[in-house]
Design a protein around this ligand. Structure first.
Ligand SMILES: Cc1ncc(COP(=O)(O)O)c(C=O)c1O
Length: 379
């Protein structure tokens, strides 16, 4: 069963039937209340409220920095993963004949920015083939030696299967070969920490509304300090420069850190939301969250197997994430997910031929029993 503190954060009984944190996490009550306070204060005094809440930006940067083992100066707040990838994709200087490598089942935000570079700068794009939602790290390392790309872009956690890559192994190879290592952390950060230094990550981007309990349209970008000057900001505005409040001095000197990429007015309500979301995650504790989720996954995997389903994600815990999947021998996964929603308001998505289940603190065993009963009776 859930602890009382968790139950009071997700009081709606429907939350236990929500298996789509990998799409978007549910909003805890304490997070909702903090956003509410910000909005209410803005009703009386918009400018005064934005000044009062301005320190939340640096507080948020601090939270993210702790999860990534970097400094706040190496982080910019973005709208989403795609924006972070685009900052890197367009900020680096490309030469015809350069190679970019990624995997062939990546989420589009980690593919299209590089396809665009391919189109604009005539670089080669190599898509490594995944099999059953994964590819061995040794195979990636071999491909790096063979293709010698200028940049490798890949996710820390595969978005359909939940497979957690050994980033350190891949990052060490990138470091040795001088390859820019770009990581999409959308399905990882908030469930797992990522140590950018140990994993030799050059740049990393992600979205905030999944495992970090932030709002839609909020994300982050990390760029290693020594790479800052190698990435040219293509979008600029009042906040890109050293004296952002001296509007008419036009001193076009960039901020000395990643704030140069934030370039104009910040979405402060989203900052307040995400700051509260990460604070919530930290209060709950990543280890506690993982223990709860992994125990539930073990239970779900066993019960799904018992009723004849094929499962995905039964991996050693250090290779797992919040995501697993299953396929029914007789019912198509899309139909199954749709029926679960229509008949019982259970929210899960079909991904890559499987029903993807992503768990969090609000899920529990009785909910899984209900899901299993429904699937059993559907057949
Ligand atoms: C691996 C991965 N990256 C990124 C995203 C989201 O992309 P963006 O932040 O650009 O909306 C998702 C969302 O499902 C994802 O699974």
């Amino acid at each position: 069963m859930q602890d009382n503190d968790v139950a009071s954060e997700f009081p709606d009984p429907r939350s236990s039937d929500y298996y789509n944190t990998a799409g978007s996490g549910l909003c805890p009550v304490t997070v909702r209340d903090q956003v509410k306070q910000y909005v209410e204060a803005s009703c009386a005094d918009a400018i005064g409220t934005s000044q009062k809440y301005a320190p939340y930006v640096e507080a948020l940067r601090g939270h993210l920095a702790r999860l990534l083992g970097c400094t706040g100066a190496e982080l910019a707040l973005m709208h989403h993963t795609a924006e972070g990838a685009n900052v890197i994709a367009h900020g680096l200087q490309w030469q015809e004949g350069n190679t970019i490598m990624t995997l062939d089942r990546e989420y589009p935000s980690t593919v299209y920015p590089w396809m665009n570079v391919q189109k604009l700068h005539k670089v080669h794009l190599v898509l490594l083939e995944e099999r059953d939602g994964r590819i061995e790290e040794d195979e990636i390392v071999k491909a790096l030696h063979r293709e010698r790309p200028r940049l490798l872009a890949m996710s820390a956690v595969e978005w359909c299967t939940g497979y957690r890559f050994d980033l350190q192994k891949i990052g060490e190879a990138c470091g040795e070969l001088g390859i820019v290592f770009f990581v999409d952390a959308a399905q990882s950060l908030g469930f797992w920490e990522i140590d950018v230094e140990t994993c030799k990550i050059s740049a990393l981007a992600g979205s905030a509304w999944k495992w970090l309990f932030g709002p839609l349209g909020m994300g982050y970008l990390y760029l290693r300090r020594d790479l800052l000057e190698r990435v040219t900001p293509l979008f600029v505005g009042s906040e890109s420069v050293v004296n952002p409040r001296e509007y008419l001095r036009y001193d076009f000197t960039f901020q000395p850190d990643m704030r140069r990429f934030e370039y104009s007015t910040m979405n402060l309500s989203a900052v307040v939301w995400l700051e509260a979301g990460i604070h919530f995650v930290q209060q709950q504790g990543l280890e506690r969250i993982r223990r709860h989720v992994f125990d539930l996954q073990d239970y779900a995997l066993e019960r799904l197997r018992d009723i004849g389903c094929t499962v995905r994600g039964d991996l050693p815990r250090e290779r797992r994430s919040g995501i697993i999947g299953f396929r029914h021998p007789k019912i198509g996964s899309r139909e199954l997910a749709t029926t679960l929603y229509r008949e019982a308001a259970i929210i899960a998505r079909e991904r890559d031929g499987f029903v993807r289940l992503s768990f969090h603190l609000y899920n529990h065993r009785p909910g899984i029993d209900r899901l299993i009963d429904l699937v059993t009776h559907m057949a």
